[in-house]
Design a protein around this ligand. Sequence first.
Ligand code: PNS
Length: 170
Amino acid sequence: MTRDTPLTSIYPGSFDPITKGHEDIVTRALALCDKLIVAVASHATHVKPGLFPVDARVDMIREVFRDERRVEATSFDGLLVDFARDRGASVIVRGLRAVSDFEYEFQMALMNRQLWPGIETVFLAPDSHYSYLSSSLVREIASLGGDVSEFVSPGVHARLASRFGQPNET
Ligand code: PNS
């Protein structure tokens, strides 16, 4: 199938912080679209308390994908579908790690479509190596002195280390 206009997709989330699981989803999404906006939901939009400020999360994503010109990292306020429409994005990308993710994701996909019929949600499965990985586990392990270096990129690891101190020696 050929496209007349470039396909822009949006990968929204908390990304607190971005993990290698997220990176894997970005790489897979880039195979399907021309441009990917990795969009961090701002505090006003998203009620979960966070570890890193939204700007720092965006900076970490930019750093991880600094050599990939098709990835743009930014934050957004308000409804995701409004942001997507403003940015000319017609596809939302979400990672599905396990069946337990499905109900919430399916509900969001249908609600987003109800809010704006111009949006389609695509679910991508990560590499099975990352199916157990989440930002919340990374935060918890790092806060308790565990080593998360295999789960996040070096720049993210450095920020976690400066926040919580170096991991325990084993
Ligand atoms: O990584 P997360 O925390 O699972 O991401 C959830 C997120 C940010 C994608 C979702 O909460 C969202 O889209 N928030 C923006 C506000 C919005 O549009 N809410 C209606 C969703 S149906």
